[in-house]
Design a protein around this ligand. Structure first.
Ligand code: ZN
Length: 615
């Protein structure tokens, strides 16, 4: 295993199993004798199931009285909600999906609420860090990562003599007729040693980066424009007008979002598009841009040709078809004929000259259909394997195709989802502050080139303030009404795009980080304070960018930015230049001045972009 991690997977056990009461399956255990006073940092990825919480990292205490269990996988908030209810009531509730006409089609939660800090079960990415004190009083840390996207329960169980870390597969989704071999089960990758959360986060970064495919590293993250600013209200005329403005702005990839397709599941262009998908691709290519296409690859509309001709390919759960995003069903990717249909559709799109595939909605389905090619007691695991097969085959057959993970807003996040994609989104609101938080949260673990950011129109914000988070890292995805933008807005956009292009990088050690700020109105991560920002880690030569948003609460306040000076080849440089990236104005500054902090211009609520570099 790379970077000091080892993969733990035990002979699986089901201690409480019977035909009437299936038990959870324990597949990995690690005992850390003497570890006490433990805390776990839990990354909650964005999900529409907890849309007002947003992207967040919580640090939670693990005590003998309060064990913690991290729930990863595609439906983690809904699953954690059920498990917390079960724990409080002593019940055994199946995992389920919403029923009825009124649910909005992107929620999976049927009972309970999104997890609260005092509760045991928490939705989480498929990795975490633990910090503790060992029997000798030393600071020790643990990093864990999962190599499957099924729902997995990671137990952290403290007692008077140490800490046990355990991986469980819940009976609700995993009760196969016979237990598979250990190497077919989710394994737990672990590394532990002296250190703290920050040290363990560094171990995770090395592991996650090593799992990434390399093709996106050949170029810096692109500038993308996507039609979702119009929702599904698109047609050939609107798409063409959108492409024209995007090309004029220098957009590199233009993606047509939901609404181009005739039926979800069949993946043919609506009849008005001359030449079908190949015709749309030509529209983009003729303007010097690559074509991206949205798909909900694992879904099928009830009136689609595939669902009508092959109703037996639909996933069933608790005996009925799931009604999920935008009131579509799911195809069971664990059932080989359905999986092969999905692969053939996606392959056809790429052969029609699609360069960038962004997938959304539900590709990992739960399925208990007895007539499918998988064990009905392990349908989700089969669906996960089926989805990996589709992605791996596409990637193998099309070495230049780039694949973006937008799984119902960016989940799940684990080693295998990283390994099968070229970028992931962090937030699905398409709003500035939410994207800033997601970029900083993902930036703890992933390179700055791997954090797609959606930018919808937010006309109530000063444009440069809205733009601040989008200048750092990428891919940056414009989602507004581009043909409706004013000349003044287009001018600022061109300037912003130039800043983005100057600073974007494919370097795997570049990350989005919170800039160090001082002053009463300085915002810390997650706060609603007067001045907030996001920065890029310094380049080797010491140059670095930071972008800030000054809110009305920050106007007139004294806030200083303290660039990072010690961690580069420029550690001893005394003469620096400070550049206003918006105006291009530069001024010299001594090292001592930078250490004291660069006062930010808070004269009005607006966005700032500053850089420093050795003179
Ligand atoms: Zn199935």
């Amino acid at each position: 295993m790379p970077h000091g991690f080892e993969r733990i997977v035990a002979h699986p056990e089901r201690p409480d199993h019977s035909a009437e009461h299936p038990g959870d399956t324990i597949v990995a255990q690690l005992r850390l004798d003497g570890w006490h006073d433990a805390t776990v940092r839990v990354l909650h990825p964005f999900t529409w199931d907890a849309k007002f919480r947003g992207f967040r990292i919580d640090e939670l205490a693990v005590t003998p009285a309060r064990p913690r269990t991290l729930v990863s996988g595609a439906y983690s908030v809904a699953d954690a909600a059920v498990l917390n209810l079960d724990e409080s009531r002593g019940t055994r509730t199946p995992f389920d999906f919403p029923e009825g006409e009124r649910h909005d089609g992107v929620l999976y939660r049927t009972v309970g609420h999104s997890p609260e800090p005092h509760e045991r079960y928490h939705d989480a990415a498929g990795w975490c860090t633990v910090s503790a004190t060992d029997a000798d009083g030393r600071a020790v840390a643990l990093a864990t990562a999962l190599d499957r996207s099924d729902v997995v329960l990671l137990d952290l169980l403290a007692d008077d003599h140490g800490l046990t870390v355990q991986v469980r597969l819940p009976w609700q989704t995993f009760r196969p007729a016979s237990l598979p071999a250990a190497d077919a089960l989710p394994g737990l990758l672990v590394r532990h040693g002296l250190g703290d959360h920050e040290a363990a986060e560094g171990w995770l970064r090395a592991l996650l980066t090593s799992a990434m495919p390399t093709r996106a590293a050949e170029l810096p993250p692109p500038l993308i424009a996507d039609t979702w600013g119009f929702g599904t209200d698109i047609d050939p005329q609107r798409v063409t007008a959108f492409f024209d403005v995007a090309a004029d702005l220098g957009v590199e990839v233009v993606t047509v979002d939901k609404g181009w397709e005739d039926h979800v599941g069949d993946w043919n262009a609506q009849s008005g598009y001359a030449g079908g998908v190949a015709g749309i691709a030509a529209l983009a290519h003729d303007r010097g841009m690559k074509l991206g296409l949205w798909v909900g690859a694992g879904n099928a509309a009830p009136d689609s040709a595939v669902a009508t001709a092959h109703p037996d390919w639909l996933a069933t759960w608790n005996g009925r078809h799931q009604m999920v995003s935008h009131r579509n069903h799911s195809l069971c990717l664990g059932h080989e004929p359905a999986r092969d249909h999905v692969l053939a559709c996606l392959d056809r799109l790429v052969r029609d000259a699609v360069d960038w595939l962004l997938h959304d909605f539900e590709t990992i389905s739960r399925c208990d259909a007895a007539h499918h090619t998988h064990d009905p007691g392990a349908g989700e695991a089969a669906g996960v394997s089926g989805w990996y097969h589709v992605l791996a085959t596409l990637r193998d057959q099309h070495p230049h195709l780039l694949i973006e993970n937008c799984w119902n807003g960016g989940k799940p996040l684990d080693l295998q989802m990283i390994a099968h994609h070229d970028t992931t989104i962090g937030d699905d609101w398409c709003r500035s502050e939410e994207n800033r938080l997601a970029a900083l949260g993902l930036g703890v673990y992933l390179p700055s080139s791997w954090t797609s950011k959606y930018m919808g129109d937010q006309p109530h914000l000063p444009l440069r303030a809205q733009l601040a988070p989008y200048l750092v890292g990428g891919p940056w995805i414009l989602m507004g009404d581009l043909p409706g933008w004013s000349a003044a807005q287009l001018d600022d956009m061109r300037r912003a795009i130039a800043i983005y292009r100057t600073w974007r990088t494919a370097a795997r050690d570049a990350r989005a980080v919170p800039p160090a700020l001082s002053g009463s109105a300085a915002g810390v991560w997650g706060s609603a304070a007067g001045v907030t920002g996001v920065a890029l880690t310094p380049r080797a030569d010491g140059s670095q960018l930071a972008a800030f948003a000054v809110s009305p609460a920050g106007v007139g306040q004294l806030v200083r930015w303290h660039p990072v000076l010690g961690a580069s080849d420029a550690a001893d440089v005394d003469a620096w230049l400070v550049r206003d990236e918006w105006s291009g104005a530069e001024r010299p500054a001594t090292r001592a001045e930078l250490e004291q902090g660069i006062p930010l211009d808070t004269a009005r609520a607006d966005g700032l972009a500053l850089s420093v570099r050795p003179a």
